[in-house]
Every structure is written in structure tokens, then in C-alpha cells.
Design a protein around this ligand. Structure first.
Ligand code: SF4
Length: 301
């Protein structure tokens, strides 16, 4: 190998002595083959000379690496979401409630379909003014096919009742619709994978389009970070009003977390009050607009 002027200068600057082979007829070793850049032109036959195998030269500074764009988690999410949009989202965005339910029940778009017992679609009034968005089904949700059951579900019901809301009774103003960002349970309740969340999000987006809630209460880190395209912790995102698909969104803790961290219940109460105040100050919904009549390109704003 011969060094160009720049490489020579770099080697000398690094204190490395240049080694200049006189004659090299030693057979290539495997690693040499691996780094060979191009077959050398056929050399004129030379009389065989026996020389001692030279010591390997100092390793030169590596050639500049090809620039590769860093693949961030956000980029992976956007790529998966784009794929979902390109392949299935357009279909999902036109579905009515029965079609959407069927599509979720049959979905095998990510590996979570392998281990689920049931898909967990959502529950509540399909014209509710409030929408609660959680993270992913747990064991009981997977078994029963309903979100927020068990101890966390009971706490959520108590929280809702405290501001006059219910998942099962009342007018749309007083009822909530509850759904998760993931419709299938991750095995052993592991953390959701960003690509799974992105793959599943078009279902939630369509639910929101159909319901047209006036306020969204997002519960838990994975739901919040997915909806807001943020890596910030809940503690930094709560206390102010965000938007998702144009709908005001308030961030709060997941009831399962609150069961283990009782002091944060006071903060969750503040979040509920913020959601209530935001809804009271927002303009009334146009009830004449047929739900889901105009599929839109959904996303955060
Ligand atoms: S988690 Fe969502 S995207 Fe994955 S299989 Fe279930 S419904 Fe489909």
C-alpha cells in the first residue's frame, strides 16, 4: 500500500513510523483478503524471491467512515407510522364503528397478536365529550377485552366519579370513552415497543375522529409520549394543555402508577381539574356534524 501526502502527514502527526515494503510476495492472509479493495492488475511475472515476512506495518488512521444518518427512536416511530399510513391507515380512516371493531379484532399488524387472548378495543359512549387514553392492556384487560379493569380501573372510575363522569351511564356530556394506545397486551406486561405503538395508533386516531371528544385525558408515560411525540417525563408534560388532532389534551398519571405512588394522587386531581376547566372554557361541539364523516389526516399539532 502506498500513502498519499495527507495520510503520510496524519501518520507522522500521530507519531507512527511509515513502513515502506521493499518486496512483498508473501501470500495474502485472510484478513488481507477481507480488506482488499479491488483486484490488483496482473503483475508481470517476477523471479521468486524469498524474503522474511515483514512485521505488519503500523495501522494507519482509518479511512473516513461513510456518513450514516443516526436512527433515532422518533425516526423509527415515524417510519412505522408512515408504513401504517401507507398500507392500512387510509383504509382505517374510512371505517365506521363496526368496521373499525372488526379491523382491530382481526389485526395482525404487529407481533402482539401472537400472544393476546383478546383485543381491547374500547368502552363508553361513542359520542362522549371526554376521552381517556391509556397505555396497553394488562392481564385482566386481555382476559376480559375491556380497558381499565381491576384495581387500576376501580381507581379510574372513582376519579371520574369525583368530577361527575362515568364510563357506563349518563349523557355524552357526563360520559367518557376509554381506549388504549395499544389494543393488544404486550407479553408479561413488558413495555410497549415504539414500533408497536406507532403501528396501532391509526386505530386510536380513527376512534378519536369518530367520537370527536372535546377533551382527551392521556394517562401514563407510553400513551402520553406516543400521542405528543415527546420523550419528556409526565412530570414535565402535565400542568398545561396540549393538542392531539386538534383536541385539547391533558396529561396525567396512570391509575396503576397512582396505586403505588399515593402522594401523586393530589397531582392527578389537579390534572382532572385542569381538564374540567379546559372543557368548560372550550366552544361547544357542533353536534350536527356526522361523526367520522370526513376522514382527516391525523397527527399531533
Ligand atoms: S397491538 Fe394493534 S397493531 Fe398490534 S396486532 Fe394488536 S391491534 Fe394490531
Amino acid at each position: 500500500m502506498s500513502w498519499n501526502e495527507r495520510q503520510r502527514a496524519m501518520l507522522e502527526a500521530m507519531g507512527l513510523k511509515l513502513w515502506t515494503p521493499v518486496v512483498v510476495e508473501a501470500p495474502l492472509i485472510e484478513s488481507d483478503v477481507a480488506v482488499a479493495e479491488a483486484p490488483a492488475p496482473p503483475a508481470p511475472p517476477a523471479p521468486p524471491r524469498v524474503v522474511a515476512a515483514p512485521a505488519r506495518p503500523p495501522i494507519a488512521a482509518p479511512a473516513p467512515a461513510r456518513a450514516v444518518a443516526p436512527v433515532t427512536a422518533a425516526a423509527a416511530v415515524d417510519a412505522a407510522l408512515a408504513q401504517a399510513r401507507g398500507v392500512a391507515r387510509e383504509t382505517i380512516a374510512r371505517l365506521d364503528w363496526p368496521g373499525l371493531r372488526d379491523e382491530v379484532a382481526a389485526c395482525r399488524a404487529c407481533s402482539l397478536c401472537e400472544s393476546r387472548k383478546n383485543t381491547v378495543f374500547g368502552v363508553g359512549n361513542e359520542r362522549a365529550h371526554w376521552m381517556v387514553v391509556g397505555e396497553a392492556p394488562g392481564e385482566q384487560e386481555d382476559l376480559q377485552g375491556e380497558p381499565f379493569v381491576g384495581a387500576a380501573g376501580k381507581l379510574l372510575d372513582s376519579m371520574l366519579r369525583a368530577v361527575g363522569l362515568s364510563r357506563g351511564e349518563g349523557t355524552p356530556e357526563r360520559q367518557v370513552y376509554i381506549a388504549n394506545t395499544l389494543k393488544c397486551r404486550p407479553p408479561r406486561n413488558r413495555n410497549p415497543d415504539p414500533s408497536e405503538l406507532a403501528q396501532c395508533e391509526p386505530f386510536l386516531q380513527r376512534q378519536i375522529e369518530l367520537i370527536q371528544p372535546r377533551i382527551i385525558l392521556a394517562m401514563g408515560r407510553f400513551a402520553v409520549q406516543q400521542l405528543l411525540r415527546s420523550q419528556e417525563p409526565i412530570g414535565k408534560l402535565r400542568g398545561r394543555v396540549h393538542r392531539y388532532q386538534g383536541v385539547p389534551l391533558v396529561v396525567t398519571y396512570h391509575p396503576a402508577y397512582l396505586l403505588r405512588n399515593l402522594p401523586d394522587k393530589a397531582r392527578a386531581w389537579e390534572d382532572l381539574c385542569l381538564a374540567l376547566k379546559t372543557l368548560e372554557e372550550s366552544p361547544p361541539r357542533d353536534e350536527s356534524a356526522a361523526p367520522g364523516a370526513t376522514p382527516s389526516t391525523a397527527g399531533t399539532d
